[in-house]
Ligand binder design. Sequence first.
Ligand code: PMP
Length: 623
Amino acid sequence: MNKSFSLTDWIRPNIQELTSYTSARDQYGQDQGILLDANELGLGPAIPSTDAGQSVSTRTLHRYPDPYQRELRTAIAKLRGVHADQVFTGNGSDEAIDLIIRLFCEPAKHRILCTPPTYGMYKVSARIHDIAVDQAPLNPDFSLHPKAIIDAIGPDTRVLFLCSPNNPTGTMANESDLRYLCEHAGCLVVIDEAYIDFAQAESMSKSLEEFPNLIVLQTLSKSFGLAGIRLGIALASKDIIGYFDKIKAPYNINSLSAQVALSALQQPEIMHAKVQEILLERAYVTERLELLKKILNAGPISLGAIIPSQANFVLFQIDQALRIQQALAEQKVIVRYRGNELHCENSLRLSIGSREENNSFFEALITVLGYQGPAYKNMMEQLNLQPKNSSLAQQDTAENTNTAQGTNAAQPTNTAQNTATAQPTNAAQVPRKATVRRHTNETKIDISLNLDGTGVHHIKTGLRFFDHMLEQIARHGLIDLDVQCQGDLHIDEHHTIEDVGIALGQALSQAYGDKRGIDRYGFVLPMDESRATVALDLSGRPYLVFNASFDRVYVGDIPTDMIEHFFYSLATHMQATLHIDVLGANDHHKVEACFKGLARALKQAIEHNPRISGQVPSSKGSL
Ligand code: PMP
C-alpha cells in the first residue's frame, strides 16, 4: 500500500469522533509543581519502609505514571532505530492486538485475516469484538502463500495479521513476501515480531516510512525475559500511534513496570548476551533432537520433522505427541501440544530453557519413551547428556565451537552476521572445529580439534603408547588435535582409553555436523608387513567390525583388548560404521596400522568436496 493510504478511511468513525480521557498532567506535564490534581495520596505510598532502597524505586508510587511513557518510548525508539512518536507501549503486545481490532474493525461488520498455524490471540481478540476471522493458511513448509493471502482479502477485511518468527513454528517469513503484502494487501498489515531478537532477520520496522499501513509488534516478554512486567510495543506511523494513545486506558503502563523496562533498555547488552546463550541452547537442543530422531528411527515411536527455529522454541513431531506431552507433564516437564494446529499433526512445542532445564527435558523424554536401566544410561550417553543428581556428578558439556564462532554479545542479534552462528552448518567456509569437555569421577577429558588443520597435536592421556596412536590420527588425518586426559590409571587403562574414544567420537561428529559437502566414505589399504584395511562410512549408524588378533597382552602401556574397545567407543560416538581388518606379524605395527588406517580413512571421508558443496552425501537427504 503506497502513500495514497489515508488513515482516516480505516479508523472506525466513532473513534475518529471520540474525545479521549485527559488529565491535568496532559496539559502541565508530570514533574511540574505541587500535584494536587489527581486525587492521589500526597503522603507517599502506604507500603513497608523496608521496600524503599530496592532497585525499583517505590518513592513515587503514589503518583499516576506518565500516560504516554515518554522516557520509555524514547529508550525503545533509540534501541529499535525509529522515532519516539512511532512507538506505543502497551500492557503486553496482547493489549496492542486488542487495540488494533478496536481501532480498525467495526463489530459484526468487519473481518480480519490470519495465516494459521499462528498465534491464537489475533483470533481471540477479534472474536471478543464480534469480528469475523478469515484464514489464508501457511504452506505445509510454513512459508507464507502471498497470492492466497491477497485472494483471501475481501472488501471488509481490515487487518492482516502476520507473525514472523511465527509462533508456534519458529519459522521466519521472507522479507520480500512481507514487503509484497504490505504493498498489495490493501488493508492494515500487522507483523508480530515478538521473537525477532532470536532471528537472523532485521525488523520490518525499518520500512515504517515506506508503508503507512504497517504496524510492527514487539515485546519485552521474550528476549528481555520480562513477561511478568507486561510491556508490549507497537511501532507504526506517528498518526497510527496517535490513535492507539487515543483509545488506550489512560495509565496502561504501571510505574514499576516502566522502571524495570527502562533499566533493561538502558543496558541492552544484557539482553543480547542472554539471547546468545539461548541460541547456543537452541543449537544444543536441536542437535540432540536430531540425534534422537536417528536413534529412534527403527523403533515403535519415532520423531518426525524438527522445524529449524528462529525463535526461542522448537516445534517437532513425535508419534503419539499428546500422550507423550501428558507423560512428560507427569515427569514435571511441561511442553505445549500443538497437534491440533494446521500442518502440525503430532507436534510439540518446546521452549528453549537453561542447560539444566533442557537436560531435564531429554531425561524425562527418554524415560517416557520407556528407556530404563542400562538402556537409559546408554541413551543418555549417546545424547551426551548426564543424569541429573548422578552420584558420578558427571558434567558433560560438549559444545560445537562452530556455533560460537563470530558471536558478539554486545551486538544486536537480529542481524544476519551474528545469528548465522546459531545454525551449525558445515559448509567448507565455516571452521569445522569442536570442543568437548567430559569430566567424570573416572576421567577428566578436554578435547578440541580442527578438521581442516595440518596435523598439529598436543596429546597427553598418561598412556604414552596411546598418545602415540592418537598422534597418528592427527598427523595422518591432517586434523589439529588437542587431547588432555587425566584418568584413573591407578585402577587401570580402561576408562582412559574408553572415555577418550567417546569424547573424540563426539568431537568428530560435532565438527563435521550435518555432513553437507563431505565425501562421507573413506578406506585405505596396506602398511609394511602388516596390512590394515580400514573402511569408514559417516553414516549416522554406529557399527564396528573389528577383525584382529594380538599375541601380546600389552603393546606399550595399553592392553591389546582395549584396541577394539577404543574403536567401538569411537565409532559409536561419531555415529559411524567402521570396519577394521588387520593382519601381520608384529603387534606394535598392527595397532599402529589400525590408527594410521583410521586417520587416512577419516581424512578421505571428511574431505570437503566442492562438487557436492552444500549437499548431504545421501539419497535420503540427511545422514
Ligand atoms: N505475539 C506472539 C507471537 C506471542 O507468542 C506472544 C506471547 N506468547 C505475544 C504476542 C504476546 O506477548 P506479550 O507478553 O507482549 O503480551
